[in-house]
Design a protein around this ligand. Structure first.
Ligand SMILES: NC(=O)c1ccc[n+]([C@@H]2O[C@H](COP(=O)([O-])OP(=O)(O)OC[C@H]3O[C@@H](n4cnc5c(N)ncnc54)[C@H](OP(=O)(O)O)[C@@H]3O)[C@@H](O)[C@H]2O)c1
Length: 293
């Protein structure tokens, strides 16, 4: 039986749906019982900050999908480091045989925010004695379903200049996780996951425009202006600077290439940005709505 952590998140929900369809035995870890009931599957209530609840949640499980929220606007250590180490310790204690962890592309010790946090957790997992697989995705297409992606007048906020980015649909990350959790592929490997194409912000805006049936422009927000805006919203200055640093890396081309890993693992092509927009039109309309005149 598989325990899905981060089950109410973008990847976790999709993974639960795909495992249900495949008839696999799984349980979802949720913090909020009402969210668990709404998922309509076997669930258990627990919190990464309560180690005993994680040990209890793992009872009867032999495989673990490890995922949590990304980087938080805090000054000190990223909470995911402590939280995911807690889950890894509990997995060792309860006899889990294989952990599939969501990480990030270019994760490494000492890097900023989620890249550094995932780098540290990856090393902890690799030293744990547990069998592991690492999913290292590019930026999520689902980021375009958040209000931060658009201005209040419905234009795309653009921080990557004319550099393409190989955004991936979380559905494909979940599909890769499902195959790996089934155990049919090699473990002890890191898989870099991207979408099938790398798109510039201008190309993304054009595609969003076609999907919504209205013009969608680009509102340029270079990384340093992004950091200034975050600071003016009261976010910790170091966090704002670190976000700007990572955005500059992407703007310099760190996610401009594609891999075939989704197809290699699942046997089918990764979803295109157009596929993603078609599948999420209602959510897109909700976040990218221009003000009514
Ligand atoms: N966004 C990107 O472009 C990108 C790119 C590469 C990698 N990543 C990585 O992807 C991961 C995020 O995946 P996602 O987008 O699927 O997640 P998500 O939608 O942000 O959801 C986070 C999940 O973690 C759960 N959670 C948070 N705190 C918890 C706690 N204390 N105890 C138990 N559960 C807790 C949340 O539950 P609740 O419903 O209770 O809040 C939710 O299910 C991060 O590790 C991030 O670094 C992101």
């Amino acid at each position: 039986m598989i325990l899905i952590t981060g089950a109410t998140g973008s990847i976790g929900r999709s993974l639960a749906g795909q495992l249900r369809q495949a008839g696999a035995a799984f349980r979802a870890l949720v913090r909020d019982e009402a969210k668990g009931r709404a998922m309509g599957c076997d669930f258990v209530v627990g919190d990464f900050d309560d180690p005993n609840s994680i040990i209890a949640a793992l009872d009867g499980a032999d495989r673990l999908f490890l995922n949590s929220a990304g980087a938080q606007p805090v000054d000190g250590e990223q909470p995911m480091i402590r939280q995911q180490k807690t889950v890894i310790d509990a997995a060792r204690e309860t006899g889990i045989t294989h952990v599939v962890k969501v990480s990030v592309w270019q994760a490494r010790q000492g890097a900023k925010l989620s890249q550094g946090a995932h780098g540290e957790i990856e090393e902890y997992l690799q030293a744990s004695g547990l069998a592991w697989s690492l999913l290292q995705p590019a930026g999520f297409m689902q980021n375009f379903l958040t209000p931060e992606a658009f201005t209040s007048d419905g234009n795309l906020i653009s921080s990557y200049g004319s550099t393409p980015v190989a955004h991936i649909d979380c559905h494909d990350i979940a599909a890769c996780a499902a195959v790996l959790l089934a155990g049919s592929l090699a473990q002890e490997k890191a898989f870099v996951l991207t979408g099938p194409e790398a798109l510039t912000d201008a190309e993304v805006a054009d595609k969003v425009s076609s999907a919504l049936g209205r013009p969608v422009g680009r509102a340029e927000l270079p990384p340093d202006s992004l950091a200034a805006a975050m600071r003016s919203q009261g976010l910790p200055p170091r966090f704002a600077d670190d976000v700007a640093f990572l955005v500059k890396e992407v703007a310099a081309g760190s996610q401009a290439t594609t891999t075939t890993t989704v197809r290699d693992i699942t046997g089918r092509p990764a979803r295109t940005f157009d596929d993603f927009l078609a599948a999420n039109l209602q959510s897109l309309r909700a976040v990218a709505a221009p003000p009514t005149p």
